[in-house]
Design a protein around this ligand. Structure first.
Ligand SMILES: Cc1cc2nc3c(=O)[nH]c(=O)nc-3n(C[C@H](O)[C@H](O)[C@H](O)COP(=O)(O)OP(=O)(O)OC[C@H]3O[C@@H](n4cnc5c(N)ncnc54)[C@H](O)[C@@H]3O)c2cc1C
Length: 451
């Protein structure tokens, strides 16, 4: 009997093996790596996930989870194994005064649709709400609220998981604490998340969004620093944008709560900042509109076809003092010149001690910067896409020499040695957690952490 025959006889109608299901699970948003599984399991409940992992573990059948499918380089694929499609477990189970209980296959859009009617929101959201709860918690989750509240994963109160041996456990800062910390920002290495309890905070009804422009990188960084450390803004991000000529300009996006009667008190913001007053753009939006702002861009990019092109994205976390030189050099680098035409560059600060999940690697210092190089490769030109991935690799190596680390959701080939260097002093505890909870090494092999 082949492995496929044994899976089919064991999981019967839960397992899809038709070409459409396999093709979908073989690819991801990155569209750079295509590796089909043997089957796609659509669990009805946690017991199905338990059964699948208890079966796959001893047989060393690779397992990965497909949530929203927004991996960039095959991290959610399971060649020759099982992809668990968590979209069948996407219920927002309960919304209470300060928390929500959510199945891991729900998207963040689903979460907000359930919490906003109660005037509640998770404290931090990623820019895009189409990713799954489980997928973002595995990455950590950075967003405009991170300078105040840390990672999306830092708002998790409790997790229900199934380990690589098929053990169903509930973990939290008080219960199975080590497992809890191995799962959050843990890249799916130790367990499948099936359900989570998220902390909620009151959501503003309206927000005022300020897009503030700078021609000078140093002034931009100085103003971002002030707002990150001392400001009252709800959301702080920013972008480098090509100017007409060879230069770049910088757009800080800062959002404050707002009411019909006027803006809530945000101290001397934005009057004390050094942006170009003539270029500033101020928009009032409902909080719901603001949080789902990328949906409009997604719709547009789907129409132009760009959404389904390859995405050789690279996300780096830079130590603050290296930002001006590193950013200037990279934005002038010929290998990245297509960022001017087919890309988006994010550049915004994070406050190190607010990012608490231990497995999120950070460069040293009080402030760090997310520098995200989000490019689209041409369709049907794999050679060009491969060159862009190779350029990511070169940029990553240069970044490492100045003390930067990867925010590990990239189109970036990494060896086990790279991962060991990435985790540094945490490597041994990750190895221990892995051997305890996924001793057969079946979970989420697509990151390439292990030999
Ligand atoms: C347009 C866009 C904007 C983005 N913006 C941001 C942003 O602002 N901030 C940010 O931090 N990230 C951002 N991301 C990245 C995104 O948060 C991550 O790629 C996230 O991991 C995607 O989750 P997913 O479920 O959609 O993807 P998937 O590919 O389904 O899953 C991602 C990884 O998590 C694993 N996984 C998924 N669910 C589970 C689970 N329940 N248990 C265990 N493992 C699981 C998968 O196996 C895979 O390895 C963005 C991505 C896109 C495409």
């Amino acid at each position: 009997m082949t492995v496929l025959d044994s899976l089919v006889s064991r999981f019967d109608d839960l397992l899809l093996t038709d070409p459409t299901a396999l093709a979908e699970a073989a690819t991801d948003f990155g569209r750079l790596v295509v590796r089909p599984p043997l089957g796609v399991l659509r669990p009805r409940c946690t017991a199905d996930v338990v059964e699948a992992l208890a079966y796959a573990g001893p047989r060393r059948i690779p397992v990965a989870v497909h949530g929203g499918g927004h991996s960039l380089y095959g991290q959610g694929q399971a060649p020759g194994g099982i992809v668990i499609d968590m979209n069948t477990m996407n219920t927002v189970v309960a919304v209470e005064q300060d928390r929500a209980v959510v199945e891991a296959g729900a998207s963040w859009r689903d979460v907000l649709a359930a919490t906003l009617p109660y005037g509640l929101t998770p404290p931090v959201l990623t820019d895009y709400l189409g990713a799954s709860v489980g997928g973002v918690l595995c990455a950590g989750g950075l967003g405009g609220g991170s300078h105040r509240h840390g990672l999306v994963a830092d708002s998790v109160l409790e997790l229900e998981v199934v380990t690589g041996t098929g053990e169903h456990l509930t973990c939290s800062p008080r219960r199975h604490r080590r497992l809890f910390h191995a799962v959050l920002a843990g890249l799916g290495q130790c367990a499948v998340i099936v359900r989570t309890t998220l902390r909620l905070v009151p959501a503003p009804e309206l927000v005022r969004r300020h897009c503030l422009y700078y021609t000078d990188l140093d002034s931009y960084l100085a103003d971002q620093r002030r707002l990150a450390l001392h400001g009252q803004v709800l959301h702080l991000e920013g972008q480098a944008r090509p100017s007409g000529g060879p230069d770049w300009r910088y757009m800080m996006e800062a959002v404050v709560p707002h009411t019909e009667a006027g803006p809530a008190d945000a101290g001397d913001f934005p009057d004390s900042l050094r942006h170009d007053r003539d270029a500033q753009e101020i928009t009032d939006l409902t909080y719901a509109e603001f949080t789902d702002r990328v949906a409009r861009e997604e719709a547009m990019l789907r129409v132009t076809g760009e959404w389904s092109r390859p995405h050789p994205w690279l996300n780096l976390l830079l130590p603050e003092q290296t930002v001006p030189a590193f950013v200037r050099r990279l934005l002038a680098d010929d290998d990245f010149r297509d960022l001017r035409t087919n890309g988006l560059v994010l550049l915004y600060p994070l406050v190190a001690d607010r990012l608490r999940a231990p497995l999120l690697r950070k460069p040293p210092g009080q402030l760090l910067y997310l520098f995200a190089l989000l490019r689209t490769a041409p369709a049907d030109n794999p050679r060009k896409a491969a060159q862009m991935v190779a350029a990511n690799r070169r940029a990553y190596q240069q970044a490492r020499t100045v003390g930067a680390v990867a925010y590990p959701i990239n189109a970036l080939p990494m060896t086990p040695d790279d991962w060991q260097a990435h985790y540094g002093p945490l490597w041994d505890s990750l190895v221990r957690a892995k051997s305890l909870h996924d001793p057969h090494g079946i979970l989420t092999t697509g990151h390439g952490l292990w030999t």
